[in-house]
Design a protein around this ligand. Structure first.
Ligand code: 5GP
Ligand code: MG
Ligand code: MG
Length: 183
């Protein structure tokens, strides 16, 4: 879907799909370099990371498998609750595996801190994080993120997998939602 179709609900486009794909190509080259000769397990965090998983994985040349987790943090609002629940666990045993967590966006980092602690307890051979977007507060989170697509301003964004109340995930560009939509 083109952003112009619902442009009255977006105040501005921050990153176009072309910019996102170009950045993913660069990150994929770094990831291929890092995991050369290894078997990689990508773990996508549902639902937001669906788009970045689909695109990043197709830019990679490394042999890989994919698995998915669903965890809740925000519900349908725009504030992190700090309460994290596993809604769907992995199908794969990650012990001894090289794992790369694929995230859509890191805001407070609360969700990710919980997830990393949980995954580390399963004894992977290695564990790294890739996120398409990162917000300013994430910089004060103790969690180390190896691959970052773009740093965003501290605004609520939608598109490229990111939702508001379950909508807007199918926008190919990423932009800010006009306040009147959710206030
Ligand atoms: P954190 O725990 O890092 O504060 O929040 C991470 C999760 O909150 C993301 O996976 C995403 O679901 C949601 N989130 C954080 N910031 C945004 C945003 O700007 N837009 C949307 N749509 N979701 C966000
Ligand atoms: Mg996420
Ligand atoms: Mg959401």
């Amino acid at each position: 879907m083109d952003a112009t179709q619902i442009s009255s609900e977006l105040t501005k486009v921050l990153y176009t799909n072309d910019q996102i794909q170009e950045r993913l190509t660069e990150l994929a080259a770094q990831i291929d370099e890092k995991y050369r000769g290894k078997d990689l397990l990508l773990i996508g965090v549902l639902n937001g990371a669906v788009m970045v998983m689909a695109d990043l994985s197709r830019h990679l040349a490394t042999h890989l498998q994919m698995d998915w987790m669903a965890i809740s943090s925000y519900g349908s609002g725009t504030q992190s609750s700090g309460v994290v629940r596993i809604l769907k666990d992995l199908n794969t045993d990650i012990e001894g595996r090289h794992v790369l967590v694929v995230e859509d966006i890191i805001d407070t980092g609360l969700t990710l801190a919980y997830l990393i602690q949980n995954l580390n307890s399963r004894k992977p051979a290695s564990l790294e994080i890739m996120t398409m977007f990162r917000k300013p507060d994430a910089l004060s989170s103790p969690v180390d993120v190896a691959y970052v697509g773009f740093d965003l301003p501290n605004e609520f964004v939608v598109g490229y997998g990111l939702d508001y109340a379950g909508r807007y995930r199918n926008l190919t560009d990423v932009g800010t939602l006009a306040p009147h939509v959710y206030s």
